[in-house]
Design a protein around this ligand. Structure first.
Ligand code: SDX
Length: 424
């Protein structure tokens, strides 16, 4: 007889009740920690669709209502009124910084934005055509070799220093992944510049000519960084938390997060969106692409559509769609891929298949258009996502390491061979 779990499980001898935990917002959670001990039974949830892996106070997502809050503040308000540095402080510390706190925060990030000169030699070990994400996974993981002296994670000060080093150095690591790839000298950050501004000058600046920073593009990038900074327990953040639970050092944890983000179903989607739009090529080819996306025999998916949590519009997509139009107008660009994107969105949103499955454009659908308009090469899109999400990963890492609960170790429903012995 199948036993169903609800707030009480009963069997012949004993009866156990499972407490229901309430958060400050969103769904409650049935606390099943005693399930295995008391009932010798596991909960089965392979995609974690119905599983809360932890308690967190950082980001709240309501997929049905299309709501995203960073420490309680709506993403739309932060994208319009805040800066990435201020959002980074908010995610890491839980409150918006005072003027003094903001000045100290940005000053420390600036002081720690330089890479150890020997780290730069790692870049030369990569083939020139290495994907920037491959370089970032390697270089970020290798930072453990440079800061092993200050790696006592039970010390809050050393945890904070590691967090600052990661957030501070990521722009140079990401930008250097691009300049190395194209054979241009790696550039250094300038402390006088803001976070997004510095990344832009390290990405696009050349040693032999003065680089004029376009404030409109910097603002667009700053907004993209804000929108991508955190997103509760997504695959890469959960990877960081699982890695951190074993006590691995913060640089190894972030390298694991970068590796997970790289997948096309996750952070790699923005690059995949551009590749898809390029393959579609013309508005006339959209119906065929939509038909392929609906065909179960065809592995093709509409990149940039759908989301594990959002079954409504991704609020970030709405903000980025506006950014895409602003940047293209500012640059006087008439990007045919944006036209294909807008038409594809229209067609998909009218199609029963997408409506029925609540498949809406997600943040990645438009971010690639903005980045492409800014002259960012497609293979750098996910690297920029990683640059932004480092703040989220670091914030979750700080939250977990402040109150470590021991190693995370999921179980399984075993469906393999039963006991058998080696033939004599
Ligand atoms: C990000 O988790 C996060 O928070 C992630 C992120 C973040 O900030 O960290 O928001 C960033 O990763 C955004 C998502 C970017 N990925 C893509 O755009 C890739 C394309 N999208 C799909 O791969 C898919 O939608 C997922 C992976 C995003 C979500 O997949 P789900 O929730 O597991 O959905 P599903 O596979 O259960 O699909 C439900 C149905 C299926 O059809 P049926 O079996 O019911 O007939 O919808 C279909 C799927 O085939 N479907 C799609 C589709 N996505 C789902 N069909 C065509 N095109 C798609 N994109």
């Amino acid at each position: 007889m199948t036993k169903y779990i609800d707030t009480k499980i009963t069997d012949k001898e004993t009866e156990h009740s499972l407490p229901v935990l309430d958060g400050t917002m969103g769904p409650s959670a049935v606390d099943i920690q005693t399930l295995y001990t008391n009932e010798d039974m596991l909960a089965f949830d392979p995609g974690f669709r119905s599983t809360a892996s932890c308690k967190s106070a950082i980001t709240y997502v309501d997929g049905d209502e299309g709501v995203l809050l960073y420490r309680g503040y709506p993403i739309e308000e932060l994208a319009e009124k805040s800066t990435f540095e201020e959002v980074a402080y908010l995610l890491m510390y839980g409150e918006l910084p005072s003027e003094t706190e903001y000045a100290q925060f940005t000053d420390t990030l600036g002081d720690l934005s330089l890479l150890h000169d020997q780290v730069l030699s790692f870049y030369r070990g990569f083939r020139r055509d290495a994907h920037p994400m491959a370089i970032m996974v390697g270089v970020v993981g290798a930072l453990s070799a440079f800061y092993h002296d200050r790696m006592d994670m039970s010390d809050p000060e050393q945890r904070e220093l590691a967090a600052y080093r990661l957030v501070g150095k990521m722009p140079m690591i990401a930008a250097a992944s691009h300049t190395y790839h194209i054979g241009r000298p790696i550039r250094y950050p300038r402390k006088v510049l803001g976070y997004a501004e510095n990344f832009v000058q390290m990405m696009f600046g050349k040693p032999h000519v003065e680089y004029e920073i376009d404030p409109i593009l910097v603002r667009a990038l700053d907004r993209i960084l804000i929108l991508h900074a955190d997103h509760e327990q997504n695959a890469s953040t959960s990877t960081v938390r699982l890695t951190a639970s074993s006590g691995a050092n913060p640089f190894a944890c972030m390298a694991a997060g970068i590796a997970s983000l790289w997948g096309p179903a996750h952070g790699g989607a923005n690059e995949a969106v551009l590749d898809m739009l390029t393959d579609i090529g013309r508005v006339e080819n959209i119906p065929d692409a939509v038909a392929r996306a609906k065909d179960k025999k065809d592995p093709f998916r509409l990149m940039g559509f759908g989301h594990r949590v959002y079954k409504n519009f991704d609020p970030r997509a709405t903000v980025i769609q506006q950014s895409a139009k602003e940047v293209l107008n500012h640059l006087g660009l008439d990007d045919p891929l944006l036209e294909i994107a807008m038409r594809l969105e229209e067609i998909a949103l009218e199609d029963e298949y997408f409506i029925e499955r609540k498949l809406y454009p997600n943040v990645d659908f438009y971010s690639g258009i903005v980045l492409r308009a800014m002259g960012v090469p497609t293979n750098m899109f996910t690297a920029i996502f990683a640059l932004a999400r480092t703040v989220g990963w670091v914030s979750h890492w700080l939250e977990l390491t402040a109150e470590p609960h021991g190693i995370d170790r999921p179980r399984q429903l075993y469906v393999g061979p039963t006991l058998r012995h080696y033939p004599k």
